[in-house]
Design a protein around this ligand. Structure first.
Ligand code: UD1
Length: 354
């Protein structure tokens, strides 16, 4: 049972590759390695005992996609992660985001229709809800005007998918609206690899704790929340990966249905403030995080966390891991990266001495 995983060398993609193998699937990766590293493939080989098949290339490359679909006529479905995801960068370079995120989705859909592979799990985001009026956020909460080109690409892709299904094309699609994915594989062999200073909270915390960054800035402390900092729904990436396997199974079970589109929240159902995350991190790691409370970050919503009943009913899935688990695993991963850097520095020094 083969599943194509676009962006399979990325943070969520690589953990989903592991989850697919555990569930008996054969993942096939396509990744352009723009925001991921080749070493992820070695990590996957270490965890899985064999390296998954990986095509290096871009999902906008229709010829490459044709080659892959022709080489694997037994593909059961596709999980589409490949996209740019930095909110700030998308504001500075919107055309890059529209070109890549929309272009890859459209080219992929055309190939899926052409080669008769209907099942697609799409990587969407809770960003489509903006600041919801009612919490927790259910799937019936309205989609709000996007705050950034990145957020807009997720909304537009969902619309493209829905229109394609409505038009009568043979497609069965589930958009998974993730809340905030954090953590790493428990082995600490794969995890998040931010390029440059992290934009997201947890990698910034772990990099500060390990000594790579001097200080964490906590953006905003006058929000209408118990401690004044923003609330998010932080989900362990391993739980999130399992949700994708569940989604593929649901789509496979719908083989008698020619057109299907739905969307579902993927979170824990619990909100945590930024300060709670920092305090929990300190408790599980035993390391104090140097932080300061600063101005709000433009574009941040005050609070957002999921209602997950639909995911439970539709996918038969719910999270198993806690915030503590996620922060402990993120910390192990950061420590492993630090060990690798120290080993590399030693090797360079030895080479220099020779
Ligand atoms: C953002 C996007 C989300 C996207 C995700 C992954 C929005 C509204 N959300 O989530 O769609 O999937 O990034 O890239 O566009 N924080 C600090 N200090 C830091 C970093 C973050 O205090 O150095 C705070 C933020 O203000 C926020 C919380 O931590 O309250 C989480 O921030 P972050 O990890 O960046 O995720 P989101 O902004 O929620």
């Amino acid at each position: 049972m083969k599943v194509l995983v676009t962006g399979g060398a990325g943070f969520i993609g690589s953990h989903t590759v592991v989850a697919l193998v555990k569930a008996g699937y054969t993942p096939i990766i396509i990744d352009n390695f723009e925001n991921s590293d080749n070493s992820v493939l070695d990590g996957l080989a270490e965890i899985l005992g064999a390296q998954p098949l990986c095509y290096e290339g871009d999902c906008r490359d229709g010829e490459l996609l044709s080659m892959i679909f022709e080489a694997h006529p037994d593909l059961q479905g596709v999980i589409h992660f490949a996209a740019n995801k930095a909110v700030g960068e998308s504001v500075k370079d919107p055309l890059k985001y529209y070109d890549n995120n929309l272009g890859s989705t459209i080219t992929l859909l055309k190939a899926m229709v052409h080669y008769g592979v209907p099942n697609l799990a799409f990587s969407s985001s809770c960003t489509v809800y903006g600041q919801p009026e009612v919490l927790p956020v259910t799937e019936s909460s309205p989609v709000q005007a996007a705050q950034s080109p990145y957020g807009n690409t997720k909304q537009i892709c969902e619309e493209i998918l829905q229109d394609a299904v409505r038009s009568g094309l043979n497609l069965r699609v589930l958009s998974l609206r993730y809340f905030n994915p954090i953590g790493a594989h428990e082995s600490a062999i794969i995890g998040e690899l931010p390029i440059g200073p992290p934009q997201n909270l947890v990698p910034f915390i772990t990099q500060t704790a390990v000594g790579l960054r001097e200080q964490l800035s906590i953006f905003g402390h006058d929000y209408n929340t118990p401690d004044g900092t923003c609330i998010r729904d932080y989900i362990h990436v391993v739980d999130l990966a399992d949700a994708h396997v569940a989604a593929i199974k649901v789509l496979e079970a719908k083989q008698d249905v020619d057109q299907y589109y739905d969307f579902v929240n993927i979170g824990t159902g619990t909100g945590s403030t930024v300060l709670q995350v920092v305090n929990t991190f300190e408790a599980v790691s035993g390391v104090k995080v140097n932080y300061q409370l600063v101005e709000r970050r433009p574009g941040d919503v005050e609070q957002v966390y999921a209602q997950v009943d639909k995911a439970t009913n539709l996918l038969g899935w719910k999270t198993k891991l806690t915030l503590e688990d996620a922060l402990r695993d993120a910390w192990r991963w950061e420590q492993r990266l630090a060990e690798n850097r120290a080993d590399e520095a030693d090797e360079e020094e030895d080479g220099f001495m020779d």
